[in-house]
Design a protein around this ligand. Structure first.
Ligand code: GGG
Length: 361
């Protein structure tokens, strides 16, 4: 795309709390990237879908919200959740319906130790922790199925039904094997709790074995999710690509982010691999009400997510720009320009300006 051609249309949903700060920062960095590259640009369209507006209007997204989003090349999302709205209302008001309606059945969550930063575990260096977690993003424990009865009585009952489908498992396994195949050590670890959960998780096991036959060049192993947390902490260097259910991967990716230095650096890509709908890019952290509005949130996870968005919308043509953004981020972390969560004393604005300066070099 040349700068005179149609720009990439990005739907921006800053959402709540620090989602607003880091989305502003990401837009600043993306505009700088496009300005310096000169051969592409972005048209950012803002959507004020937040918990604050939910309180005033009674809805997160308007009725035609999904149709509006579909007119874009990608969605950039900040964070959702605020103390005066129950978390299950905010998650189900915004982020989960978008993932489902946009066929974003894959959530890719890479983790590694960025240059100049330190992992909290002793003896864990950059070579020991470089993972990609592939999260099933459309069904499983977040299918939203179940219900309640005898509400507000001492006999209240609630069910939360996890849904696992053969089609859903097969497609996430294939994506995970392809991801593992694309990486140098071609290694995949599949996570379940199939000793205790004897239906859905056993179907995961079964389909995993079927799909594995199509990838003889990928080395694989299987872990129960509880043992997996121990392995991540004690033997991080034995892992590479990891595939897990919606809930398990949600939890494991927070652990992975913490082990790599801070949840503030971790990116995620909610992908529709068929490209029929726009994909969505968001840092994995939440809205962090305790630091919201203070200008001290770590924007690195937002920048890394933005780099993944550039890669995705570019369909192979913006690799150089995405790599330049990652290089700028790591030059900044290496130079010690870091927020408090990474042991530094800089604020969001200072890190953002430093990344913009690096892009200009
Ligand atoms: N930036 C992502 C965000 O707001 N995450 C809040 C959260 O709790 N997400 C749960 C999920 O990713 O399923």
């Amino acid at each position: 795309m040349s700068s005179t051609e149609k720009p990439y249309r990005i739907a921006c949903i800053p959402g709540d709390g620090i989602g607003v700060d880091i989305t502003d920062a990401a837009i600043q960095v993306l505009n700088k990237l496009a300005e310096v590259a000169g051969n592409f640009k972005f048209d950012f369209v803002h959507f004020d879908w937040s918990s604050k507006n939910f309180k005033e209007r009674g809805w997160y997204m308007p009725e035609d919200g999904m149709e509006q989003l579909k007119k874009h090349d990608a969605i950039y999302f900040g964070a959702v959740g605020w103390p005066d709205v129950p978390d299950h209302i905010s998650l189900w008001g915004l982020i989960l319906p978008i993932r489902k309606s946009m066929n974003q059945y894959v959530n890719v969550r890479p983790t590694r130790i960025l240059r100049g930063t330190e992992a909290p575990l002793k003896k864990c260096g950059p070579k020991d922790l470089d993972w990609v977690i592939v999260r099933e993003n459309s069904e499983g424990e977040y299918a939203g199925q179940g219900g309640t009865t005898h509400d507000h009585t001492a006999y209240a009952v609630a069910t939360e039904v996890a849904i696992f489908t053969a089609v859903g498992i097969d497609r996430i396994m294939r994506f995970a094997f392809e991801t593992a195949r694309s990486r140098p050590c071609k290694k995949l670890t599949m996570v379940t709790k199939s000793n205790a959960q004897r239906h859905g998780m056993v179907l995961w096991d079964k389909i995993f074995h079927q799909v594995a036959k199509d990838y003889p060049d990928v080395e694989w192993d299987k872990m129960l999710v509880d043992a997996m947390t121990v392995r991540m902490v004690l033997h991080p260097q034995t892992l590479d690509t990891i595939v897990a259910t919606n809930l398990h991967a949600d939890i494991l990716s927070d652990l992975a982010a913490a082990l790599s230095g801070s949840i503030g650096i971790a990116p995620s890509s909610n992908l529709d691999p068929t490209r029929g709908c726009p994909s969505m890019f968001e840092p994995i952290h939440g809205s962090a009400p305790d630091i919201a509005g203070k200008g001290i949130a770590n924007p690195v996870g937002a920048f890394w997510s933005a780099a993944e968005m550039v890669r995705w919308v570019g369909k192979g043509e913006l690799e150089e720009a995405a790599d330049a953004l990652m290089l700028a981020i790591e030059n900044v972390t290496e130079a010690g320009i870091r927020t408090k969560d990474l042991g530094g004393d800089k604020n969001t604005k200072e890190v953002t300006e430093a990344v913009c300066k690096e892009i200009e070099k």
